[in-house]
Design a binder for this molecule. Sequence first.
Ligand SMILES: Cc1cc2nc3c(=O)[nH]c(=O)nc-3n(C[C@H](O)[C@H](O)[C@H](O)COP(=O)(O)OP(=O)(O)OC[C@H]3O[C@@H](n4cnc5c(N)ncnc54)[C@H](O)[C@@H]3O)c2cc1C
Length: 369
Amino acid sequence: MPEKADVAVIGAGVAGLTTALRLAEGGCSVLVIDQGDPFRGGSGVNAGTLALQNKNAELILFYQRAIAEWRRLDQALDRDIGYVCRGGLRVAESKDEAETLRREVVRQKELGIETEWLEGNRLRHHAPWLGSSISCATYCVDDGFASPLLAGRALVKAALGAGVGVATNREFLGKSTTPNGYRLDTSAGPVECGDVVIAAGAWSGRVAEHFGVTLPVECHVNMLSVTRRIAQFMDNQVVTHIGGRLTLKQYPNGSCLLGGGWRGEGGIETGRKDLNCERLQQNLRLHADVVPPLKDATILRTWAGFEAETPDHWPIAGGFDGHPRLFVAVPAKAGFTAGPIVGRLTAEKLLTGEMPPFARPMDPERFLH
Ligand SMILES: Cc1cc2nc3c(=O)[nH]c(=O)nc-3n(C[C@H](O)[C@H](O)[C@H](O)COP(=O)(O)OP(=O)(O)OC[C@H]3O[C@@H](n4cnc5c(N)ncnc54)[C@H](O)[C@@H]3O)c2cc1C
């Protein structure tokens, strides 16, 4: 007998689980299927940065809402998600970078984002641990981070508690339509459902093909490193770089996480996510120049993961006019930050047929015309 649910969600990452949770709260029976374990795709291997000021002007108000959704989740979930919001610094080295940073802070202030300009003694007083190559920085109170590990556990527990079925090691293979919706073929037998939500991260384009829909989701391989624990020196602030090549934070336990979107090798076609050691060295050298105390830190582990990206950098959230029972929840770049709000918006679209005006740029229909 096929399993049955009102809604089947394909993908148990941050987007799929937050969609499922909201749908269950809205009264639907929901089954989430994942080809592996939950929160083991991009959601399980990312840096957990929830930064606001490093987003471009077009997207920044959306990311402000995305971070507010994390704050809401932090209150609503009954388990710790490791959410820390001690603000963040966005640093500049060269003269050109300093000018770009100054232009951006003016624009951000116009948009109502709280950012503060720091240079000279004020900067050194605020962050004595920054290297001499840093000429200026902006400080934003909204920058923070959450723990992917803790957030994953909390979301799975909340979803199960709300009655969501979470089926692991169950790959979606194809679909047929039925009078009441879809019958999904999976590696562990069929699932009958009314509606389907594609929340398969970097794999979403592939999954969408089965439904006759084109989603131009690219897959990037992104590298990260973590250090052994060292004495607290950054007061849990996040550091990002106007050049976009560095994201750094120190967890409350003392270990530092070093990222910045440096590309590894591979892709979903081969399933490989390998390190590129030359780029990794450049990434680590940059971190040590910007924050010299890291020169004494030992790298404990480096890894790579798959990240989805869209051509216009906006997430994909909502449904299709021509496929009334098909929905998509794919956060793009900085997708961990965007995941919960993308999940909630997609669930609202399915439940009510409506999306708020600010969500229009995320409409999946934009790729069809
Ligand atoms: C190294 C790295 C660092 C990052 N750092 C940050 C950061 O600091 N801040 C930030 O905001 N973002 C960051 N990101 C991006 C972020 O991790 C992702 O965009 C986000 O987690 C994507 O969530 P998701 O739920 O859309 O996808 P995923 O978490 O990838 O979940 C998709 C799920 O779909 C499942 N799936 C796929 N195909 C099928 C199928 N056919 N059948 C069944 N299941 C299927 C997969 O197994 C997977 O579990 C980073 C990404 C990487 C790789």
